[in-house]
Design a protein around this ligand. Structure first.
Ligand code: FES
Length: 105
């Protein structure tokens, strides 16, 4: 429904997660492989920030126990996490990044 401005596009560096808070929702933005993705910042296994993890192969790895979450779907590819993390649609407009929290999947 409503896209919110999350940051300037120039703030995103390839494969370097950027944590933002939209309302009271922490979101990690990632530019990788030519796209920008938005994933909830909280690991589904424990309450730690995914933005501190590494990005590789369109996934972000939780720094604490190593589960990797697909940035397109939010699904973990392996344990210990078993539940997905919400992901959100992103659009780029006028050099800014917008995220729609109402369309999580
Ligand atoms: S806290 Fe993220 S995998 Fe355990």
């Amino acid at each position: 429904m409503a896209y919110e401005r999350a940051c300037a596009e120039a703030e995103l560096t390839e494969d370097t997660p950027l944590r933002v808070v939209l309302g009271d929702v922490p979101v990690t933005l990632v530019r990788t492989e030519g796209e920008v993705y938005a994933i909830n910042d909280v690991c589904s296994h424990a309450n730690v920030s995914l933005s501190e993890g590494e990005v590789e192969d369109c996934a972000i790895e939780c720094w604490l126990h190593g589960s990797r979450f697909d940035l397109r779907t939010g699904r973990p590819s392996g344990p210990p996490a078993t539940q997905p993390v919400p992901v959100y649609p992103v659009k780029i407009e006028a050099d800014a990044v917008y995220v729609d929290l109402n369309q999580e999947s």
